[in-house]
Design a protein around this ligand. Sequence first.
Ligand code: 9MG
Length: 268
Amino acid sequence: MDIFSQDSSPKIMGILNVTPDSFSDGGKFFSSQFAIKQARLMIEEGADIIDIGGESTRPGAKPVSVQEELDRVIPVVEQIRAEFPTSISVDTSKSVVMQEAIKVGADIINDIMALRGENSLATVANSEVKVCLMHIQGEPRTMQNEPHYDDVVSEVKDFLLTRIQACLDAGIKTDRIIIDPGFGFGKTLEHNLTLMRKLTNLTELNYPVLIGVSRKSMIGALLNKPVTERLHGGIALAVLAVNRGAKIIRTHDVATTIDAIKIAQAVI
Ligand code: 9MG
């Protein structure tokens, strides 16, 4: 069975950031060995997918050049592909990075801009990879400057339907498409909570829904806790999302999330 099909159990996507702030030495020397070690740990814990990202999407993060992103991401994709049978996702909005990642064996393109960048749609259409289409209002640098919606659920849903249609028109078949409301991407706490409460409005579209809430500021805002103390809040949201039909959970905390979802699945 296709592990991303609507009938399969929820899958865990482990986050592998290969950005300077995630490097073992605090950013001076990036060791791909360190990244591979982290990937191995997440795979041993049970991750179904490793999501590799070379550019931070946090508000205010510095953009990186195409070459810099290629240098960070591609060797790591190559090494994980050579060592592990796990699905590999690459978190990028740059078509050149998508193209090179696909060449060295990526299975999924995770694009926070939902393939709106130059050549992105064609690059994915000319391959066999799956794509995660995420909703964002604005762009990462400024997205948290007073986000506004008249109706967040229907606006996110309409955006995703429009991007799905663009994919279908470009020749990307339905079974290659994953959708994501983009928690924290141009959304206030109240927008995020409304999207979680009404997640079935998206899961009923019959595309696998991916959610990423791990360690995000919505948890910090609710609990008044720093990023290092958001594990339990993230687990609660992951379980609620699975209960509402989410199929892929993107997380830093693989083992704990798997345990929580097993319990949720036994009850649902
Ligand atoms: C890269 N990235 C950071 N947060 C994310 C989220 O919530 N969803 C997806 N698809 N990617 C994300």
